[in-house]
Design a protein around this ligand. Structure first.
Ligand code: HEM
Length: 457
């Protein structure tokens, strides 16, 4: 772990190397600094931890005090015990399947703004080269703002839009930010004494003022929309405070901005690198448009099988959240790790790591894992994927709350891009093969991925 703390290796690389050294073990002993823990290699044990024995592994192994960071500290991801349950239900109720479908007009408008922005750039030069992550981050900032407070974040203008800049303060890799995250993750006991916050105070303030301004605007103009923001104002008949509303709005940005931008970044690259995949996607979109009188409905977007397979395969290769964690909350009898070992009683407080990225690249579950092959997620191939070997959104009672929203937002962005442009990788500017960045807890590429956008003939 020294290499991780000195930012020479990513946690993902360290876990992968341990995972590969013990091919015959179901789990392996590790140390998170001074704390002994385990790294799981076996899907059945993953199911035991995430689902079957959830009460023994109730919490994530991360410590943030609400007093230090009122936004991230209030997120279900870091909350523990009963407080987690209450906030999870509250967050979940704002992204139900019906509510996500109802967000379509706002998300569609963001996609159109992205298309106009690229079109304007192309008009000048015929071909426009842009870094995939920057495009993805502008789009996710735009969609979170449109869905959260029904405003245009002006993400697709020249210059650096304010909320896009704010997003950098949360997740983009950087020395201080990475050290802070590793402290929260590897040394949670210390991080609860020291004032550690994921969000800078200025950003907490920004979310609060967005809430105050939107409340004022809606009250003055008598606006009732039954949308995400209106939903924040009340939960089960209880009026929510500005702080509580800001925490949930901030949650949408924290959860929906960084992870989604990471996912879309790699997805754009994969589609640009593989013209056959791109053409097949375009054919599928055309087919659905023809079937639906030239219009796409949210139902059609969710259903498109090839698009779904492409998104799933990209999340397999590059899961934005590469390592899941749990903390043992009730002592647990672990089964034997291998033929020649015996089980043991796991103590309360023990960290448990489930290395999603490494599982997704394990030959046992995904033959030829470095190949981008969407067919793995079509028809009977999809059904034969070993359960709990593919976990980009986690599993069990703590499964990602925003999964449906994230997939929908991602699919709309890809449809808009593929429908309007020919995408290709700018190989002069992009350094390959892709290397994983050693800093940060969200998966990031070490080098920028540059994409050429051209008008379709
Ligand atoms: C591609 C985008 C995303 C990916 C890959 C992703 C992935 C994940 C993963 C792996 C977890 C941990 C699950 C576990 O420990 O079993 C998680 C938790 C969570 N996600 Fe997401 N996420 C994404 C987008 C979002 C969005 C858009 C939202 C909000 C609208 C969201 C809200 C949350 C919350 C609140 C949790 C904590 C759940 C809990 O502990 O109860 N995520 N996500």
């Amino acid at each position: 772990m020294r290499k991780v703390v000195f930012l020479q290796s990513s946690l993902t690389d360290v876990y992968r190397s341990i995972y590969r050294q013990f091919p015959n073990c179901k789990y392996v002993g590790i140390y998170h600094m001074d704390r002994p823990g385990i790294l799981i290699r076996d899907p059945d044990i993953i199911e035991d931890v995430l689902v079957k024995n959830f009460s023994n592994f109730h919490d994530n192994d991360l410590e943030i005090k609400i007093e230090h960071d009122p936004i991230f500290g209030n997120n279900p991801f870091v909350l523990k015990g009963d407080m987690w349950k209450k906030k999870r239900i509250q967050h979940l109720s704002s992204v139900t399947p019906a509510k996500v479908k109802a967000m379509y007009p706002e998300i569609d408008a963001c996609g159109d703004r992205m298309v106009s922005y690229l079109n304007k750039k192309i008009e000048k030069t015929g071909i426009f080269c842009m870094e995939a992550l920057e495009l993805a981050a502008r789009y996710t900032t735009d969609t979170c703002t449109a869905v959260g407070v029904n405003l245009d974040a002006n993400s697709f203008t020249d210059g650096v839009p304010e909320l896009r800049e704010a997003g950098r303060d949360i997740f983009e890799v950087g020395l201080f930010r990475s050290l802070k995250l590793y402290f929260m993750f590897l040394l949670p006991t210390i991080s609860s004494f020291v004032t550690l916050r994921l969000l800078p105070k200025s950003l907490t303030q920004k979310y609060k003022s967005l809430v105050v301004q939107t409340l004022k605007y809606r009250a003055e103009n008598n606006i009732k929309k039954n949308d995400f923001f209106d939903h924040l104002q009340e939960f089960r008949g209880e009026k929510q405070t500005v702080d509580e509303m800001a925490a949930q709005l901030g949650g949408l940005y924290i959860d929906g901005f960084g992870t989604n931008a990471s996912g879309i970044n790699f997805l754009i690259y994969n589609i640009a690198a593989l013209p056959d995949v791109q053409n097949r996607l375009r054919d599928e979109i055309r087919e659905y448009l023809e079937r639906n009188d030239g219009k796409l409905t949210p139902e059609a977007i969710i259903e498109m099988p090839y698009l779904d397979a492409v998104v799933s395969e990209s999340l397999r290769q590059y899961p934005p959240f590469p390592n899941l964690t749990r903390r043992c909350t009730k002592s647990y009898e672990m089964p034997k790790a291998s033929e020649n070992s015996s089980g043991f009683t796991m103590k309360v407080g023990t960290p448990v790591v489930i290395p999603a990225y490494t599982l997704h690249h394990d030959e046992r579950f995904f033959p030829n894992p470095e190949k981008f092959d969407p067919d793995r997620f079509l028809g009977s191939n999809k059904e034969s994927i070993v359960k709990y070997s593919y976990i980009p959104f986690g599993e069990g009672p703590r499964i990602c709350i925003g999964m449906r929203f994230a997939l929908f937002q991602t699919k709309v962005s890809i449809i808009k891009l593929v429908q309007n442009f020919k995408l290709s990788v700018n190989y002069d500017k992009t350094k390959l093969p892709i290397r994983i960045h050693p800093q940060g807890l969200i998966l990031a590429a070490m080098d920028k991925l540059w994409i050429n956008f051209e008008k379709l003939n």
